[in-house]
Write a protein that binds this ligand. Sequence first.
Ligand code: ADP
Length: 636
Amino acid sequence: MTKENLEFKTEVKQLLDLMIHSLYSHKEIFLRELISNASDAIDKARYESLTNSSIMENEKEWKIKLTADKEAGTLTVSDNGIGMTKDEITKALGTIAHSGTKDFLAALQKKEAKDNPELIGQFGVGFYSSFMVADRVTVISRKAGQDRKDGVKWESSGDGFFTVEDVEKEKKGTDVILHLKEDEKKYLEEWEIRSIVSKYSDYIEHPVVMDVEREKDSELKKGEKVKLKEEEILNSQKAIWLKDKSGISENEYNEFYRHVSHDFTDPARVIHFKAEGTSEFSALIYIPSRAPHDIYYKDYRIGPRLYVKRVQIMDHCEELIPVYLRFIKGVVDSSDLPLNISREMLQSDRQIDIINKNITKKVLDTLEDMKKNEYDKYLSFYKEFGRILKEGIHFDFSRKEKLADLLLFESTKKSPGEYTTLQDYVDRMPEGQEAIYYIIAGSREEAAGSPYIEKFREKGYEVLIMLDEVDDVIMNSLNEYKGKKIKSVVKGDIKLDESEKAEKKKAEKKFKELIELIRFQLKDEVKDVRLSGRLKDTACCLVAEEGAMDPHMEKLLQSMGQSIPENKRILEINPGHPLFEAMQAVFEKEPKSLMLEEYIKLLYDQALLLEGSKPKDPAAFAGAVTKLMVKEAQKA
Ligand code: ADP
């Protein structure tokens, strides 16, 4: 068949352009990326061969071969892995922009990224890094299980187009041929290749081999030397997770972390352990220090790699960890699971369940230890992943308390940027304070100025400030901590002062009819009108019923297009505010006063504003306020 000329997807074009023109340092990582792709391709093929031996051409020796041809100026990375069909190669290397590509491009616009080409790996655009050193790249591939005539040749100079054509290829697998640029020929040198492989790909489980020339004593003529080519393995292939902890340096741990996570910041903690007994497995788990760019995406892949007796079964096994620990990376190697375990089996497997429990415990213990002994590190971990971790309170009932101890909050008694734990909060509670209080707000300033916490401030009660909408769900699920109820300051009836009881009774009597009137006028808007126990300087506010959804959460869900049942609020009025004295006086003179009617409307609109909502009719609200302003000004 003839050659097809195809155009790269726009994002890929932009990416290539950057690869070719903007990234100058650390170019050698292209080799790491190609070896990593080759290794993945072998893992896939080997896994297939477990269940479908007929298509695997009886492979006995999985390997990645590097070939430097000085005459042709090419460096070739070959693997005998799964290979690609024409359709697959066209998509994988040209017409599909990985989800990471756009983010990568956006990140690259920033100056710092230009100096950090390590980002390339993180964004999964590894193959294209070839164009940093090559002015033409040829890929010849044949999918495992297909005929020799079903090979495909892909080629591009990185200039916006690529070609694909049918070719013959003798064996399954892929050859990536880099036609090196004139000034990048150093990558043909044996020592250069060796040093890159040992720096970046030493732990790759499959042998990375190269033909090397060695001078040997001639067997024919004594005293003479002959040059012989020998295939040599360049990497040590050690399965680092099976090694003894004491023999592994921090550097090795970090290098392996880069390999499994594509993250180039060192991890915050490494957890390496072997379990023996009912379940035998080794785990090498990392707690990252920085969140990957796609952690909140739908297609973010959860879970460590799963190996069974050193054979990789899958890249991400989500059954191995609870979803709220989805930030962790690493490897689990089980000795008990069958090699041909399927996805369906995983879901109900007892061994997997045991591993999951073990890892969860280790990770939570490690976090606890970090919080205690390396607080700054924990704090930066928490800022990256706290939002995910606290989902556990909602979903993992059995570990609710343990997780609660890992939470950090801003609070009215801490300066901005400082955090408190629930335990510290409880330790600081003054006598008489019965519950733990929190407020959900859009910002710290909004929380600090909120009328809902006036009384709390007056009484010296600390209020936890939560800036995340999900916090309301989390706090509802937590419900209590060390026997203390957890309450939102915007919900339920707050009674902070028993001593004010008598006064409140008196006020209730005094304003009884006025309250009736307000209740009647606002009957379609609010559920009830009552005197407030939480206000000091503000005239009124809206509160939700205990157990109802926080207004911030409601708004978030609405903005996401979810319809939520209408939840009427309770209007609380502050009997100590002079406004009510004044309104009462008007009421006594003329209960049907139009002015009173207007005021009640304004009262409700104000309360809406304080809650963070909008008056139903902003124009009418503004009109009423200006009318009052004019009246006041005319008096002056
Ligand atoms: P990533 O490896 O992060 O997915 P790449 O750009 O390096 O990104 O590769 C894109 C895709 O091309 C891979 O996901 C894989 O499907 C395919 N691919 C690349 N190299 C090989 C290879 N040696 N063998 C088989 N498929 C490969």
